[in-house]
Design a binder for this molecule. Structure first.
Ligand SMILES: NC(=O)c1ccc[n+]([C@@H]2O[C@H](COP(=O)([O-])OP(=O)(O)OC[C@H]3O[C@@H](n4cnc5c(N)ncnc54)[C@H](O)[C@@H]3O)[C@@H](O)[C@H]2O)c1
Length: 335
């Protein structure tokens, strides 16, 4: 059994608590939160776990093997460092930290302590995203050319981070995961309408070395609730609509091809429009898959899919995007 402590049981942390309380090979030992009302609710829902307000007790407990960090993003580094320092396998919600320097420190600390470091890049555990990943690998869509993502809604408006840092980690991680690469530059434009200096809406463009491109639109000031990713390949195109209950993926057998006539060397662009396939995607909770993956990696001593390096890759893009935002959208190179 892997003893787990969850630090932060707020809006999102409570979902992590629910999953770690019910997956195999886990004993949920501690739930820690600063707020009285949250602790009261957790105590009545999970009577077998010890509910505490200070994480030190959990970090000092030898029966705690793993710590799950779901506090506010600016506190990730401090709480995750303490967990790693105590020799615990550590799962940190996205974004891993607010600077790439801090992400590197966490990676080094995890290496030094010989423990797992995993970041909550939820969509890498989504069966629909993995369907697309497999479709790319099997050559089903041809060569991936570009993708674009929309993650917009009215709310939740954050006060300590802008829409880029709050929402874009998901799309950045998906773009890097599907393209199996890290972008070389980012340009991002956005505006703060509700709170000074906190962008509510951001449009960003990630360029990859070989010409592939990812466009990301995030906003918490929008009339629509959209969570959609469109990937265009040179043979087929895939749309993943996470707001669809069952038909999450559509594969469009569409493409455009430049054809040269052998006789007169003229160029013609031929458009091909075929069937639309809606594959069956297993109906499983991505968060549950993610939590199970963390535990499996600890038990089998394997590297998590979304490890510290993956977390750092996303933080580097977020940092470069922030710089571009402050420079009015000029492209910023990622080193
Ligand atoms: N993967 C996803 O889809 C997803 C979605 C939403 C939020 N998140 C991430 O989850 C994290 C939490 O977000 P949230 O929306 O739940 O925020 P929240 O404000 O609702 O919850 C944070 C909780 O952490 C507690 N906390 C803060 N410092 C603490 C400490 N030192 N010890 C114990 N408890 C402490 C607070 O009391 C609060 O209850 C953030 O990193 C956010 O980016 C991820």
């Amino acid at each position: 059994m892997i003893g787990v402590a969850v630090i932060g049981a707020g809006n999102w942390g409570k979902n992590l608590v629910r999953n770690f309380a019910s997956i195999d090979n886990v004993e949920l030992k501690y739930i820690c939160d600063l707020k009285d009302d949250i602790r009261k609710r957790m105590s009545s829902l999970y009577p077998n776990a010890k509910v505490i307000s200070n994480m030190d007790e959990a970090l000092e407990d030898k029966d705690v093997d793993a710590v799950v960090v779901a506090v506010d993003a600016p506190l990730h580094f401090e709480v995750a460092s303490a967990a790693l320092q105590a020799g615990k396998h550590t799962y940190v919600e996205k974004p891993l930290t607010l600077t790439s320097e801090d992400s590197k420190k966490l990676i080094d600390l995890a290496t030094e302590k010989k423990v797992k470091l995993m970041v909550g890049h939820l969509l890498e555990y989504h069966p629909a995203v993995n369907y697309i990943k497999d479709a790319i690998a099997s050559g089903k869509i041809g060569k991936p050319l570009y993708l674009y993502c929309q993650r917009v809604n009215l709310g939740i408006v954050r006060k300590k981070e802008n829409a880029w840092w709050s929402l874009a980690p998901h799309d950045i991680s998906v773009a890097c995961y599907l393209f199996d690469a890290e972008p070389v530059s980012v340009s991002a434009s956005g505006q703060a309408y509700l709170q000074e200096g906190i962008e509510d809406v951001v449009f960003a463009n990630l360029k990859f070395a070989d010409g592939r491109m990812a466009h990301i639109h995030v906003s918490w000031l929008d009339p629509h609730k959209i969570r959609k990713i469109t990937l265009v390949g040179n043979q087929k195109m895939i749309v993943f609509d996470d707001m669809e209950a069952a038909e999450k993926i559509r594969i469009y057998d569409k493409s455009a091809e430049v054809k040269r006539s052998v006789d007169d060397y003229a160029e013609a662009i031929s458009l091909r429009v075929g069937d639309i396939l809606i594959p069956k995607i297993p109906s499983i909770e991505p968060l549950r898959e993610e939590c199970k993956h963390f535990i499996t990696c600890i038990i089998n001593d394997t590297t998590p899919r979304s490890d510290g390096a993956d977390g750092l890759r996303v933080v580097k893009v977020l940092e470069a995007g922030s710089k571009s935002l402050s420079q009015g959208g000029t492209p910023v190179e990622i080193r």
